[in-house]
Design a protein around this ligand. Structure first.
Ligand code: GLA
Length: 708
């Protein structure tokens, strides 16, 4: 096998791996399509690196699976133990099974008794690379696995965008330049996490929305993970990602194998927008399997911030009337509907309708909702049980943990041990019955606490629990294929491509404050397309931040995602409801563009102006949201990238101010309702004139190609 090449082509990209005599394939080229007859021999000569003094004679290969046994002194991609000792592996490529777009590379070390199969696939349409590693124990005896990366990528760039966050403030990008050593993002919460979501971008210094080469990485896994960037002592940089395995969690018997989650990688020469241009279609076609394509995303009403636990059928029916009146299409009954659930201290696990709040069951409410022409959705949190619940009283041993220890409580609840079939079966039976008995179109699947003591049968179990959660969702989906599911974990704590394979929407954040939402949604949109981004119009004073914002700001921030309303509509004046109805009507009129097009994040010199666009079929909806007071008296025009340079566009403001704005002596024509016309080139370079926006104001522009 040695001395060969492995070439993958797709999405206008070429990847060329060298197959060395020893060790895993070395990525020698990732760039624009090299064309048919490239002389790959040149690449091995280009990869002929000088070996510095002070190290090993043959240098250190930074390949797709660097091994300590081959002399790699950075963090290896494989750490395993047999008996007391760390495994010293020296693998070599034994087989390459490739078809031009994908490959399975088999590496083996018979002495160490281990085989690793790397699977690589470059998506033909988008150029997104999927990488996985699978390690098999060839024996003798058991093999304990401590770390297996899904791939090790040699990054040409040291500027990193990592993602920080917390409850109600997810997806906070942080830039750092890797100067030395390791920069690690690690998650031990047993869910994708708020603080360390498994996304990373490495790019040229100062890479921006539309500029600079950038590589985006995402580990698709909803359990624990590690993602790191390491500057090696010779200056090279490696990026690795894999599942964080607890000691003893994966012990492979002879013949047994462990496969990593999928690592997705994309390259763009045009900054973060270029990454989204690859990742959004990839998510639509491959992760979602095309199932949302052409499927209208109904506008939601969610009861949570309207009533919390205070469920009363007549009141909910009244809210449903008001919701239908503003144009809502799906009514989602959030937490509080089941047995004794009057606050968040009890009842999770008892998925039966509360007979006090709903003396005649859910039917009267559901009939009312359906009668108004809306679908009905329901909130559940199937992985959990409160200490105070019939389920736990009957089965105190059904929680994850170890004998003699009790999980610390999180929101007064325990995590059920879904790795035990009887537990999964019991939860399945309850949810299955609900779905069988009621016309439920939608489940909001929540998960509201970190895993601790994630042990089952005496062994660490985050890995098994994560797979069991996937299996439970898959089983319910198979039994009820028409039901859509939303992934929620205290807001956006479970947003990743593996959960998205089996869900249809992600609850982006519990924060409905549109000022916060502008930045949360902006970062979320790098990796996720807008139709899966749950975005709600909240109350005037946001419940999470206390900030008061205009309905315009709230409505046109939610407008750009999978829109919904989550507020007590009885508190809205008729005028406000009319305004909301208008915004929802516009969303419905334009959701074909909003939910199927390109997302282009725009840049503006004022740091308080956040702008982005959704573009499809010669149309663009542009959002300019002023989240802070402008730094200067005037506001520079908004340069709109991503349009067809030669085409002529009409442009007008969709959300015209009701009264002449007081912030300007001269109001630009567009803000007075006039339609302008300009070429894509002009809009990209001269820019569109914006009204002077004060903090908390928002303008939405509609552009339409005239010659289309
Ligand atoms: C979590 C969710 C919220 C809401 C509550 C209900 O916090 O993120 O949207 O559903 O649970 O308890």
């Amino acid at each position: 096998m040695a001395g060969g090449f492995l070439r993958l082509e797709g999405g206008g990209e070429s990847l060329v791996f060298l197959i060395p005599d020893v060790g895993a394939p070395v990525l020698a080229y990732w760039g624009p399509d090299l064309g048919g007859a490239e002389a790959f021999g040149a690449l091995s000569r280009l990869d002929d690196r000088a070996v510095p003094h002070g190290g090993l004679d043959d240098g250190e290969a930074l390949n797709w699976l660097p091994e300590a046994g081959h002399g790699f002194t950075g963090h290896p991609a494989l750490i395993a133990r047999r008996g007391e000792s760390e495994l010293v592996s020296q693998m070599a490529v034994r087989a390459v099974d490739a078809d031009g777009a994908s490959a399975a590379v088999t590496l083996r070390d018979d002495l160490a008794g281990i085989e690793v199969v790397l699977t690589l696939a470059l998506d033909a349409a988008t150029g997104v690379l999927t990488s996985r590693a699978e390690a098999r124990n060839l024996g003798p005896g058991p093999l304990a696995l401590d770390w297996l990366a899904a791939g090790a990528f040699a990054s040409p760039h040291a500027e990193l965008m990592l993602f920080d966050g917390r409850w109600a403030r997810e997806f906070a990008p942080v830039r750092q330049t890797l100067v030395t050593g390791l920069m690690v993002k690690e998650n031990r919460t047993g869910r994708t996490s708020h603080h360390a979501p498994p996304f990373l971008v490495a790019g040229e210094p100062g890479f921006g929305e539309a500029r600079g080469e950038a590589f985006g990485l995402h580990l698709a896994w909803s359990g624990d993970h590690r993602m790191f960037a390491e500057r090696l002592r010779d200056g090279r940089i490696q990026l690795q990602a894999g599942e964080l395995l607890r000691p003893g969690e994966i012990v492979l018997a002879e013949g047994e194998a462990y496969a990593t989650p999928a690592l997705y990688l994309a390259r763009s020469a045009a900054g973060l927008n270029g990454l989204s241009d690859r990742l959004h279609p990839f998510v639509r076609d491959t992760i979602l399997g095309g199932r949302l394509k052409g499927k209208t995303r109904p506008v939601h009403y969610n009861t949570w911030e309207a009533v919390y636990f205070d469920h009363d059928v007549a009141r909910l029916q009244g809210l449903a009337d008001l919701a239908a009146g503003v144009g809502i299409e799906r009514f989602v009954l959030d937490d509080g509907w089941f047995l004794g659930r009057d606050d968040d201290t009890t009842s999770l696990g008892d998925w039966r309708v509360d007979p006090v709040k709903y003396p005649h069951g859910l039917k009267p409410l559901i009939d009312h909702v359906l009668g108004l022409g809306m679908e009905f959705g329901l909130w559940v949190e199937p992985e959990m049980a409160n200490a105070e619940s019939e389920l736990i009283r009957a089965h105190p041993d059904w929680v994850l943990g170890i004998e003699g220890r009790r999980q610390p409580l999180g929101r007064r609840q325990y995590v059920l041990d879904l790795t035990r079939p009887e537990v999964s079966d019991a939860i399945f039976a309850q949810i299955d019955a609900l779905l069988a008995e009621h016309p439920i179109a939608y489940l909001k699947w929540d998960m509201n606490r970190d895993l601790t003591h994630a042990v089952s049968g005496g062994r660490a179990a985050v890995h098994r629990q994560t797979l069991a959660v996937y299996a439970l969702i898959d089983r319910l989906r198979a039994a009820h294929p028409g039901v859509e599911i939303e992934s929620c974990a205290s807001g956006g704590g479970r947003a990743d491509y593996e959960i998205l394979r089996r869900t249809d929407r992600i609850w982006t954040s519990d924060c409905n404050d549109p000022i916060e939402r502008q930045s949360i949604q902006r970062a979320f949109s790098i990796f996720f397309p807008p139709e899966v981004m749950g975005a709600h119009v909240g109350p005037e004073a946001a419940h999470t931040t206390g900030r008061v914002t205009s309905l315009q700001m709230r409505a046109f921030t939610a407008f750009f995602g999978h829109m919904g309303v989550e507020a007590d509509l009885t508190g809205f004046t008729p005028g406000r409801r009319a305004e909301l109805r208008e915004a929802i009507a516009l969303h419905k009129a334009w959701r074909g563009v909003l939910h199927a097009g390109r997302t282009v994040r725009l840049e503006h010199p004022d740091p308080g102006l956040m702008a982005h666009a959704a573009m499809a079929e010669g149309r663009a909806l542009v959002c300019a949201a002023q989240v802070e007071t402008p730094r200067t008296a005037g506001l520079a025009p908004l340069r709109i990238a991503g349009l067809d340079a030669d085409a002529t566009y009409s442009l007008r403001q969709l959300n015209l101010p009701r009264r002449p704005p007081a912030s300007m002596k001269h109001v630009p024509a567009m803000a007075r309702g006039e339609t302008l016309s300009a070429s894509g080139a002009m809009l990209a370079h001269a820019g569109a004139p914006l009204p002077l926006l004060r903090a908390g104001e928002i303008a939405v522009l509609l552009l339409e190609r005239q010659d289309a």
